[in-house]
Design a protein around this ligand. Sequence first.
Ligand SMILES: [Ca+2]
Ligand SMILES: [Ca+2]
Length: 398
Amino acid sequence: MSKLRFTPRLNVLSLALLMMVLIAVLIVLSVPHHQTAVAQDSSTPTPTTTPVLDPDLPTSYRVEKVLDASWPIALSWAPDGTMFFTERFTGFLRRMTPDGVMQADPVWTFPVSTDGERGLLGVAVSPDFETTGYVYVYYTRVPGDGFNVPVNRIARVTVDAEGKGSDPKVMLNIPLTTNNLWHQGGNIHFGPDGMLYLSIGEYYTPANAQDINVIPGKINRFQVTEDGLIAAPDNPFGTAAYAYGIRNTFDFDFDPYMFDVTGQIFAADNGPDCDDELNLIVPGGNYGWRDGYPCDDANPLNPEKYIYPIWSITPTEAPTGVAVYTGWQIPEWQGQVFFCAWKTGTMRRVILDAGRSRLSAVREVDLQGQSCTIEVQNAPDGALYFTNQYGIFRIVIQ
Ligand SMILES: [Ca+2]
Ligand SMILES: [Ca+2]
């Protein structure tokens, strides 16, 4: 049996053909094409090209203001459609009824330190809210209550049917380890697995991000007990850490299609003067923030150790809220990852490949004159909600 062999002549022909194809591809790519976003391969993350407005969406939509609000920084809904949100600077936990009536008095007022990136930050309605009335928050408490300096904390209150809060309970303290005011932001969400996840910055200490024994600089995963939060027993390292190497992440969302299979989560991260990121978080993953981090970490020296972002951008824009759209109002968006940016007010949507592990394209969402500087979140009414310093908005089918 003869062995298969390529002749030199075939190699020359193949090379010539390959060169012609490459030249053709380069010519096509170099022609401005307003309606086509250039696909990016997650294995070679590069700063994205300028996103294009998507003029092709078959479903037309409009942006509505839901209500004026003071720095609404996180949103969470009860099963009946009651909306809870946190106001960063006032410390108010707010409530709006399913028929759209904003409760005049706050549900609860938390005594917040609001320096730097602190404040009343995260909120998560408990999965058993209908029987317990529990709503959890993440915030920075002013000195007191056993601490003579501010302390970051997860707490909960019990909310009755009239929207009155009671019985506040400390669930977890995450003491500060530095006087620095930055990189303490984050959010909390209950996962499909019933665990409570916390994203949190590294307290302006890069080494924290690489230390799996401390909470800052991680996506953390907790089991809720009556005595407070404990590291979920099946976490990858036996600590609270679910993923590490994170610098300053404000928000994240679970992948509704793949979480049960891979445990994957989408989270934004803020780079130093470079490399803002959207990461595909998997259990035990190391996302690379560390002492001596080099900009353009798309080319790290030890690629076996760090997981690259699926999208990154320089100069930085300060990505904030994240949501994987699960609503029904804009069917074409289902499963796409939405995230916002503090500096630009931009909302982007990320189209993934069929395996949901790689990025196919990034588009900018036309917010019809509004800005999304803080949060983006799914709501029970099938719309996509977003916030800025002045109010809460939603995107609904026209
Ligand atoms: Ca990274
Ligand atoms: Ca969100």
